[in-house]
Design a protein around this ligand. Structure first.
Ligand SMILES: [Zn+2]
Length: 198
């Protein structure tokens, strides 16, 4: 099946990360851009929601590397989600940020500012040091923050996590090697929703 790349309401070209399949098993699904999805959702809910398609931006991290972000605003009932996805070669890879606003009728720029500040804070942090001989390792502070993803490139058959730290994809095996540098040390693991910052 060919993937629908246009919004079936307004005809605008969509990317998988800026569109949504909307509908039901009985009535069938339509590919909608987030603007049309949110407008339809807001109408059903009787909400005065102001959808903004924020333009993609490029931010430079503390190591001087550039990251391109696309934004996705989505109504979630009485809340609103604004996400920033790093796009590499046309697909979301690397950093992924989300903030949740408790007032869908609020000013979109306020939520955008909150997200942007969080992105700036994250990009000013580095958890991995790079060693030319051994590859990346967890820096001396002994803290690694990141996202747990799934390794789709892993061909061994069993599902393995992919750790995304400093916007870089670290395979499960490589993460294991990085931990082994701290053999004999203790650790604490804390898992939280991606809309939270800790
Ligand atoms: Zn549309």
């Amino acid at each position: 099946m060919k993937e629908e790349t246009r919004c079936e309401s307004c005809g605008k070209e969509t990317q998988p990360f800026t569109s949504i399949l909307f509908g039901s098993m009985e009535k069938g699904y339509r590919n909608l851009c987030l603007a049309c999805y949110n407008a339809s959702f807001a109408e059903d809910m009787g909400l005065n929601f102001d959808h903004v398609d924020f333009a993609p931006i490029k931010l430079t991290d503390v190591a001087g590397e550039e990251h391109e972000f696309h934004f996705a605003a989505r109504l979630l009932g009485d809340k609103v989600s604004l996400e920033a996805l790093e796009i590499k070669d046309g697909i979301p890879r690397g950093y992924h940020f989300q903030v949740i606003g408790s007032n869908p009728e609020g000013e979109p720029l306020v939520l955008f500012k909150e997200l942007y500040e969080r992105m700036r804070r994250a990009l000013s942090q580095k958890h991995l040091d790079n060693d030319d001989d051994y590859g990346p390792h967890i820096s001396n502070e002994g803290i690694a923050r990141g996202r747990i993803d799934i390794d789709l490139d892993d061909s061994e058959g069993d599902r393995k996590p992919l750790m995304v730290i400093d916007g870089k994809e670290i395979s499960w095996q490589e993460f294991g090697r990085m931990l082994l540098e701290y053999e004999g040390w203790n650790f604490k693991i804390e898992i939280f929703d991606r809309s939270e910052e800790r």
